[in-house]
Each structure stands twice: as C-alpha cells, then as structure tokens.
Design a protein around this ligand. Structure first.
Ligand SMILES: *Cc1c(COP(=O)(O)O)cnc(C)c1O
Length: 434
C-alpha cells in the first residue's frame, strides 16, 4: 500500500499553486504543510509515514473512519456501473434508493421529500429558496425574511452566508436577516414577515462548539408553530450520530419543515447533500406546467450516483455495526477523559455534545487570550507532534474524531491535547485539585 512520496516536491507544488480555504496564505507558504496520503479507520498517515488520529474527522465529515471496507466497496461497485448521470430528466438507482432510506429515518410521513445538492451550503440555499417560494406561491409574499441565531454558521455561498452570525466570516455578503439569541427573540420581530427560522440544533459548531440549553429546540419549534414561520434545521454538522442519536432533532422530538444534511451523509467520502422536507411544502410546488410553480434550482452533480452509493453504505454500517449503541459508552468515556483536563489552569471551559467537544483556552484569570496570538492554532500544531490532528475555532480546541474511534485512541488524543496545552501556554501549568 505504501509508496515513497517526495514530500518536499509535493509541498513545493502546493506552495506554488494552491490557495487553501480560511487560510492566511503568506503564513502557509512560509510553513511546512502536512501532506496526507492515507487513512485507515480513525487514523490518517502523512507522506513521511507518521500517523495521526483524525481528531476533527477531516473537517467534520468522516463518520465511520477512513477506508471502511463497506463504503469503499460500494463506491467501487458503483464506479464499475457509472460515475455520474444527470438528475435533471433522469433518475438513478442509488439516488432514488437513498431518498427513500433518508425519509425512512424519520417518523412515517414526517419528511418524505428529499432534494439533493452538493454540500452543506447548497443544502441550506435550497431550503431557503424553497421556503421563500413556498410563501410566494401560497399568496404570502411578505413572508420573505429569514431569522438566524447569533454566532450561526450555515455555509459560505451568498445565501447561506447571509444567515451567518460570525463577523469575520460573513462580512460583505448580507441578505436581510433578523438575528436572535434565543427563541423569545421572535417576540420582538414582525412575525408575519418571516419565511423561516434557521438553526444549528443542539450545538453551534463553527461558533466554537457552543451547546444550546436543553429544551431550547422544542421551544423554538413551538414558537415557529405559533407564528407560522417555517423551521429549517441545519444538521450538516450534527447529523449521522455525532450527538449520540442519528439526528440532533431526535433529542427533543422535533420535526422541522426542512432538514439539511451534508458533511457526514456519505460517511465523509464524497461531497453530497440533501434537503429533506414535508409533503406540505412539496405539494405547494405542484401544478400545471404553465402555472410556473416548478422549483427552478439545481446543480450539475445533483443526485450523483457515487455519492449516493457511499451514503447508502454509510447507513448500512450504522445498522450492521450497531454504531449508535456502541457509541454511548465512548461518549461517556470522552467526558471522563476531558474532565481530566480541568486541572490545567488555562482550560476555561469544556463543552461536549455527544461525540463532539470544544475545549476553550483562556488566561488563568478567565479573560480571553488576544486572538492575534493564535493560541488555539499553536496548540493544535503542537498536538501534531503527539499524534493528534485537529483544528481549533479561535481558542477552542475541537475534538470530534470519527465514531469508530476506540477508547484507547480517545485516551491518547486527550493526552496529546494535555501535553500540547501545557507546552504552548506557559501559564497553563496543571494544578492539584483544590
Ligand atoms: C460545514 C457546515 C456548513 C457548510 O457546509 P459546506 O459543505 O462546507 O458547504 C453548514 N452548516 C453547518 C452547521 C456546518 O458545520
């Protein structure tokens, strides 16, 4: 399997031609980028043969580990049939089967319609366009505003980015969006102008793993019902077991009007997204061709057979390997191990939701470190030397490895974080418990 890689020449090519996302390229080009060449379960390997735990699931995508035989086989078998055919004007076997399997993960009739797209951002865009058009078609064109939460992140395309509440990411492209910090915020808005409310249920990832209070999602659903606003759940991060249930909305028995899935949908192997919705929304778009109710939206790779085959295999693995059941003790173990970091004076807060955690680093007196110092980034760089690969959100260290991560791997990952924090933050020495 291994071959000899010329790390230096790969780095040279990258520095000469690549432009990386969310990256200050001047720093990047002055550095020594890590070249990843292989993966195996929760482990990724670099071009020099060093191994790392994939501590953020390859930017929150990987679910069952790398090179899982069932997912690899499903993609290969589909590749031997056809890689891509159009979903405009034809259908294909994996996509139609996947739509039915996804709808079947919810109570009968709850979210029976599945619209495919390419990534989390387009899944959100599709939901926004469907919601706004639903109200236009229903004779309520004044319902055109969207409501999103403080610190929200819903993707980077213009429509999705207009929902975002993180200034550094979202300055520059803004659609009219009202921003609230909790469901009661709806009370001060003109609710008959709201098309839909959008939320990352249970936990806001890009905001730094901020966990919502229990019961909040339920209250939001009730508020939406009371005001007539549609509810869009962005489960791009939380879907597929990350929270300990298949979907975050299950924790509070909430059925949204739209549910957006991407990242983990294919097990993290290929880009594919889905926007699920109700029969009520779907039916509003039915009519005579000349009535112009058609949903005019879509992408070239919609319903891509390779991605859909991977997604079907990913769902099979959940079933065949009892993934959610086996995850429960590992969630508890993650909590126990992270508790062990609380004696480090720089560890300000540990926030966990299912198999995802954020460890926020601050000064020992609790004040935030200057963001320009990139403390979180430097800690994660130090963690590499101890075999852990992850990426922070500012000074919040993210730990969310694939669901297949073993208890032993978790223990090593938290050990790597401990060492990296102690090495990087001089004042963070561990203190005996009081
Ligand atoms: C990553 C993410 C998105 C955007 O998904 P992309 O595939 O990167 O476009 C949207 N919402 C949430 C909650 C995310 O974490």
């Amino acid at each position: 399997m291994s071959r000899n890689w010329n790390t230096e020449s790969l780095r040279e090519l990258d520095r000469a031609h690549s432009w990386h996302p969310f990256t200050q390229m001047r720093d990047w080009c002055a550095g020594e980028p890590l070249v990843l060449v292989e993966g195996d379960g929760a482990i990724v390997r670099d071009s020099d043969g060093r191994e790392y735990l994939d501590g953020n699931s390859s930017i929150w995508t990987n679910i069952h580990g790398h090179r899982h035989p069932a997912i690899t086989r499903a993609i290969r078998e589909q590749l031997d049939r056809v890689a891509h055919v159009s979903f405009l004007g034809t259908t294909n076997a994996p996509a139609s089967e996947l739509a039915s399997r996804l709808a079947g993960l919810f109570p009968p009739g709850a979210l029976p319609r599945v619209f495919f797209s390419d990534d989390g951002s387009t899944a959100i865009e599709a939901a926004m366009k469907m919601a706004a058009r639903f109200w236009e078609l229903g004779g309520c064109p004044q319902r055109s505003r969207f409501v999103a939460f403080d610190h929200a992140y819903h993707g980077d395309t213009a429509g999705a980015a207009s929902l975002g509440g993180i200034d550094a990411f979202h300055a520059g492209h803004r659609f009219p969006v009202d921003r609230i910090s909790d469901p009661n915020g709806l009370d001060r808005l003109a609710t008959d102008e709201i098309a839909a409310v959008v939320i990352e249920p249970l936990i806001q990832g890009a905001a730094g793993m901020r966990v919502w209070p229990a019961g909040m999602l339920r209250r939001l659903r009730e508020k939406c019902d009371a005001t007539g606003a549609l509810l869009i759940l962005d489960e791009v991060l939380t879907g597929f077991g990350r929270t300990g249930r298949m979907f975050a909305c299950e924790h509070e028995d909430v059925i949204p009007d739209f549910l957006c899935l991407a990242k983990g949908l294919t097990g993290g192997y290929l880009p594919l997204a889905a926007t699920l919705t109700t029969e009520k929304i779907f039916a509003a778009f039915l009519g005579e061709f000349s009535g112009q109710k058609t949903f005019y939206y879509g992408h070239s790779f919609t319903g891509n057979p390779l991605g859909c085959a991977a997604a079907l295999a990913c769902l099979d693995v959940f079933r065949d390997e009892n993934v959610l059941e086996n995850l429960q003790p590992k969630i508890a173990e993650m909590g126990r191990l992270l508790d062990g970091l609380r004696d480090i004076s720089g560890v300000f807060e540990i926030r966990q939701c299912g198999f995802m955690a954020g460890i926020e680093i601050r000064r020992p007196d609790g004040t935030p470190l200057p963001w320009q110092e990139r403390t979180g980034g430097r800690i994660c760089e130090a963690a590499r030397a101890h075999g852990l690969l992850t990426r922070p959100v500012l000074d919040t260290l993210v730990l969310m490895p694939p669901l297949c991560t073993t208890a032993g791997q978790l223990e090593r990952a938290v050990g790597a974080l401990r060492r990296a924090i102690l090495e990087t933050v001089p004042a963070s020495r561990s203190q005996p418990p009081p």
